[in-house]
Design a protein around this ligand. Sequence first.
Ligand code: KG4
Ligand code: ZN
Length: 344
Amino acid sequence: MPIILGLESSCDETAAALVSGDRTILAHRLAGQEAAHRPYGGVVPEIAARAHVEALIPLVQAALDDAGMTLADVDAVAATAGPGLIGGVMVGLVTGKALAHAAGKPLVAVNHLEGHALSPRLADPALRFPYLLLLVSGGHCQLLEVRGVGDYRRLATTIDDAAGEAFDKTAKLLGLGIPGGPRVEVLARDGDPRAVPLPRPLIGTAEPHFSFAGLKSAVMRAIDGGQWNDADIAASFQQAVVDCLVDRTARALAVADRPTALVVAGGVAANGAVRAALEDLARRHDLPFVAPPLWLCTDNAAMIGWAGCERFAAGLTDDLAFPARPRWPLDPAAEAVRGAGVKA
Ligand code: KG4
Ligand code: ZN
């Protein structure tokens, strides 16, 4: 069984993991940067990159120590090569290249989105290709047919903001601070999801694309109006996002090519209301529902190590000249959608 060292540094989590081809996570170390970014109310790319420089090598050493291993025991080094904040991606990719070069092991350059897309297979050995994936994170909101390792067909994307971004913006407007998404979820538990009338952009349209910019503005107006309490706004906002995700995913199920399961991944997949609604949708379509455990939904290195395992097993290793790619679509054939790609 190959053992892969996985590195993640594309946003504000620095992480290192050792993952085996039999799905054993031998070690996982993660350092968040929330305290460093909190004064600014969001992730500052320059601060993130500097923090990765400080944290990454000690995390790699700690992961190796946890597993009782050295680099000699590793079969390949997998590092996120994009998409993400370019400074952080460069820190992780160059570190991965240096370790691979020094240890004489192959490099696997991993697309961060492929890390999320394959993470459900790390959690569930029974999950087979093809599956329909709703990938919802801070930077992305896509529906993908996952047909195999490195083989993705994008059915839909957001024409403006990602769902996680809308959660983070709502948290900021409500003065909840960071991490935004989980704080909105906690506040929403005390609110009435039907209290505040909010739009469900693009619901009912033929193509399963997403839009959240209008919802964000509506939340802003609701807060400015002063008519509702914060918990009702949080609950109503979350319900609007859930309704959009479910409607769009149902639409994708209607056009997808015989998926074996409905799968959700990415940071927003950690949201309980999102998971419950999608599980219900899968049941109505007589499909198994797969969602990774919460810690595997948000950014981590185990998913990068696992994507590294899958690619290594398929013979897909990369040259040490592999570039850092701030933008890197999973489906290169997907056509640009009006308004999409504004955010990384
Ligand atoms: O996948 P991820 O960790 O990083 C990216 O690749 O973007 O996703 C982070 C996003 C953030 O927008 C965060 O607010 C959101 O996922 N998120 C949540 C929850 N946990 C994380 N959104 C709603 N509810 C949650 N429990
Ligand atoms: Zn992510």
